[in-house]
Design a protein around this ligand. Structure first.
Ligand code: KG4
Ligand code: ZN
Length: 330
């Protein structure tokens, strides 16, 4: 079964084809980053317009790359939320229209389920059940995953998402957009100098709070001459605090559930320092650690094609309704 996957929830247009037995066949991505960087963040209206411009050519390219035609496609999966409403509607209406024209089923995929299942595209995929840490620009969640579609939310951010905290801190350090990778790069030149708090680690529970780190960054920055080295040291301290906070909560979640497998996905899982902290902790706990490959940490069509394929195999698909939800619990 060949499934076409479409991702348009934010600022990446992603298209992929996944085969239920052969695996990933083709994957193409167009990033709008350079367009939004002039504005210091994603401009929703521009994002929608650009998805409209890029989506059809990318679908054509993906079919061409895989040497398939529309007649080979058995189903279409699209990100239906959460995300920017206008951007989601581009993917949803295109997917639904193509499915109707090609007489194949369409299936709405939850964007965070896509992230959560992205490590399944790797050679040594995680086995159920596992704990998943989902860290993206819009969400920070710890989820117990018993099987596809059987998710229990263990904890989430009460304010900013981890990626949002990276992006906002990077903005304060005048690093530009997208902030997360830029802050991570600058932190490589930073040294142990400031100590940032590890929010909500001194009390029980698996929820997160990252907004306090922004204020801490601002106050620390004001107390320096704001040289590049000052900024690098702040980036280092912020990243270390975030990595340790995430790691403490993951360890707690593994112990609480008694599980020995941790999956980490979403854009922030590309961060090397966070990966290293989690690697050390899981080794000490005797637990397995799974990440998606770097290009599938951030938004992509492959994870949506995979998640949609599993849902279609389980018999799920929709009628002619176009489904798009900017907010949607997993
Ligand atoms: O999953 P994603 O591509 O989109 C959402 O679903 O939100 O995640 C994007 C987020 C952004 O906040 C970006 O700054 C962050 O992931 N990010 C990183 C790194 N690469 C991307 N944050 C820290 N370190 C990185 N290397
Ligand atoms: Zn995402």
């Amino acid at each position: 079964m060949y499934i076409l996957g479409i991702e348009t929830s934010c600022d990446e247009t992603g298209v992929a084809i996944y085969h239920s037995k052969l695996g990933l066949i083709a994957d193409v991505l167009y990033s709008q980053v350079s367009m939004h960087s002039d504005y210091g963040g994603v401009v929703p209206e521009l994002a929608s317009r650009d998805h409209i411009r890029k989506l059809s050519p990318l679908i054509k390219q993906c079919l061409h790359d895989s040497q398939l035609t529309s007649a080979n496609i058995d189903g279409i999966a699209y990100t239906a939320g959460p995300g920017l409403m206008g951007a989601l509607l581009v993917g949803a209406t295109t997917a639904r229209s193509l499915a109707w024209t090609w007489r194949v089923p369409a299936v709405a995929v939850h964007h965070m389920e896509g992230h959560l299942l992205a490590p399944m595209l790797e050679n040594n995929p995680p086995q159920f059940p596992f704990v998943a840490l989902l860290i993206s620009g819009g969400h920070t969640m710890l989820v117990k995953v018993d099987a596809i579609g059987r998710y229990t939310l263990l904890g989430e951010s009460l304010d900013d998402a981890a990626g949002e905290a990276f992006d906002k801190t990077a903005k304060m350090l005048e690093l530009g957009y997208p902030g997360g990778p830029k802050l991570a790069k600058l932190a490589e030149q930073g040294q142990e100098r400031f100590h940032f708090p590890r929010p909500m680690t001194d009390r029980p529970g698996l929820d997160f709070s990252f907004s306090g780190l922004k204020t801490f960054t601002m106050n620390t920055l004001r107390g320096t001459e704001q040289t590049l080295q000052d900024k690098a040291d702040i980036a280092y301290a912020f990243q270390k605090a975030t990595a340790e906070t995430l790691t403490i909560k993951c360890k707690r979640a593994l112990r609480q559930t008694g599980l020995k497998s941790l999956v980490v996905a979403g854009g922030v899982s590309a961060n090397k320092a966070i990966r290293a902290h989690l690697q050390e902790m899981t080794a000490q706990e005797g637990a397995q650690l799974h990440f998606p490959r770097l290009e599938f940490c951030t938004d992509n069509g492959a994870m949506i094609a995979y998640a949609g394929c599993q849902r279609l195999l389980a018999g799920q698909h929709e009628d002619l309704q176009i489904f798009a939800r900017p907010r949607w619990p997993i």
